[in-house]
Design a protein around this ligand. Sequence first.
Ligand SMILES: Cc1cc2nc3c(=O)[nH]c(=O)nc-3n(C[C@H](O)[C@H](O)[C@H](O)COP(=O)(O)O)c2cc1C
Length: 193
Amino acid sequence: MLRIGMIIGSTRPGRRGEAVAKWACEIAQRRTDAEFELVDIKDFNLPLLDEPMPPMMGRYTHAHTKAWSAKVASFDGYVFVTPEYNHGTSAALKNAIDFLYNEWTNKAAGFISYGGTSGVRAVENLRLVMAELQVATVRAQVGLSMFTDFENFSVFKPVASQEQTVNTMLDQVISWASALKTLRRTDISSASA
Ligand SMILES: Cc1cc2nc3c(=O)[nH]c(=O)nc-3n(C[C@H](O)[C@H](O)[C@H](O)COP(=O)(O)O)c2cc1C
């Protein structure tokens, strides 16, 4: 069974990201074509990147990096739940991404964003980052507006149509994650030949 990690991209007290990610994970867990797990980067207590060697080398020295590596490596694909901070993603999410390299590679990712303009600029920013990590990003994305999907810009109450958009995005993540799993198997066999 494919495993998809749904990553909460904000860590601040009072964050809206947790409610958004839990809502999306509940929708996802009604599906039978993959397993979904909520991943809270806050739980990993990652400092600003503190590994001496480039992540691409995978020579990690800290327990927090090893724990984060094991979690990220356990998935075939990801859904990033990102806020928009100053037209980009959060520093916490970018830092968590930067900690690793090979754990992300040749996998698929989709996005759920939120903000005044539905967080779309944060996703454009993340797509560029994903390209360098060789992650295939899907076209369908969920954009949640502070004006229409949050009551008083605060309490998360998504409009009903957003559920279908989540499923369309997940359809694409699962298709690509499935295809890329084959590529990862090929990579492993050719590396050991
Ligand atoms: C540091 C910071 C920068 C922000 N910059 C933007 C922005 O550029 N565009 C936008 O639409 N909203 C912006 N916002 C509003 C956030 O999208 C909104 O507060 C959202 O709830 C943040 O996600 P979080 O609650 O999960 O941390 C910003 C909020 C913060 C805290």
